[in-house]
Write a protein that binds this ligand. Structure first.
Ligand code: ADP
Length: 261
């Protein structure tokens, strides 16, 4: 038989256990609804370009198009949508392999200048097209950081792509690298539309977009920042943003520096 003191103790233990159980049920419930939402988003984003491809192919088959210009326009839409679909599948694949730890982590010491310059080069056309001015802030003698260069280029490209997309024509973008304790800090600052404070913690979620209308013209599915975050965290760094609505944003991330000793 248990006395009142022991009973009280047992009751306390039981309470502790039941609140832990409740916590794990809440967690399960949360991840289950997150999973459902993810699948709904994936299906939507795969179905939309597919439906569009299908309708344009049918129009071409029906032979209703008589002029060459319309024919080329339809063909171009099919090409663009196919490309978008391919990009989305690639993003999803990358994200799931990152999250399943399927990525082999083999970082090498690399320098920020190589990363910044090679990434910028890939965007020279888009930058010129929007007449954007780019400034690079790169102090001398920055130590190397430990990174998988192709993956880090992916991170910086995603940030730069957004900076370009949300910048006004003739706006300025600043790419900067700096030493911060044992970390290298890289940032991309734009003078674009900025982000509401309440949204800044959510934009790193998969498929989260501030402008919910997934209109055809502004591309992304909301995976770019989620991919960037996964890669940065895989490297042992952090990623974040400072932003003022209407004034611009500064996206930054850190990487552990390479200590040769
Ligand atoms: P995507 O660009 O494909 O929509 P991201 O994950 O890269 O997806 O970004 C998520 C959302 O964060 C964007 O839809 C946009 O609303 C917001 N965002 C990202 N970068 C910027 C930026 N530089 N300026 C303003 N908003 C941004």
């Amino acid at each position: 038989l248990v006395g009142p003191q022991e009973f009280k103790l047992l009751a306390q233990q039981f309470n502790g256990m039941s609140s832990k159980l409740k916590e794990s049920f809440d967690h399960l419930h949360h991840s289950e609804s997150a999973r459902r939402e993810l699948i709904a988003n994936v299906s939507h984003d795969l179905r939309t370009p597919l439906a569009s491809i299908q309708s344009f192919v049918e129009a071409l088959e029906d032979d209703v198009i008589k002029d060459e210009e319309t024919f080329q326009r339809y063909l171009n839409t099919i090409r663009l949508e196919t490309k978008r679909l391919g990009g989305l599948i690639q993003d999803l694949f990358e994200l799931s392999s990152l999250e399943a730890n399927g990525e082999i982590f083999e970082p090498v010491p690399s320098h920020a200048d190589e990363l910044l310059i090679s990434t910028l080069e890939s965007f020279s056309f888009q930058l010129a097209e929007k007449k954007l001015q780019v400034e690079i802030e790169l102090p001398d003698k920055l130590p190397a950081a430990l990174m998988m260069p192709a993956q880090m280029k992916r991170v910086l490209s995603n940030l730069l792509q957004n900076a370009i997309q949300y910048s006004p024509v003739e706006g300025k973008i600043v790419l900067a690298a700096a030493l911060e304790g044992q970390f290298l800090r890289i940032s991309v600052t734009d003078e674009g539309q900025g982000i509401e404070a309440a949204e800044t913690s959510r934009i790193f979620e998969r498929f989260y977009r501030v402008d919910k209308s997934r209109s055809k013209n502004n591309g992304g599915a909301g995976l770019g920042l989620a991919i960037a975050q996964s890669i940065v965290e895989l490297h042992g760094g952090e990623i974040g943003v400072y932003s003022t609505k209407g004034a611009g944003s500064c996206f930054w991330f850190t990487l552990p520096i390479y200590n040769s000793r």
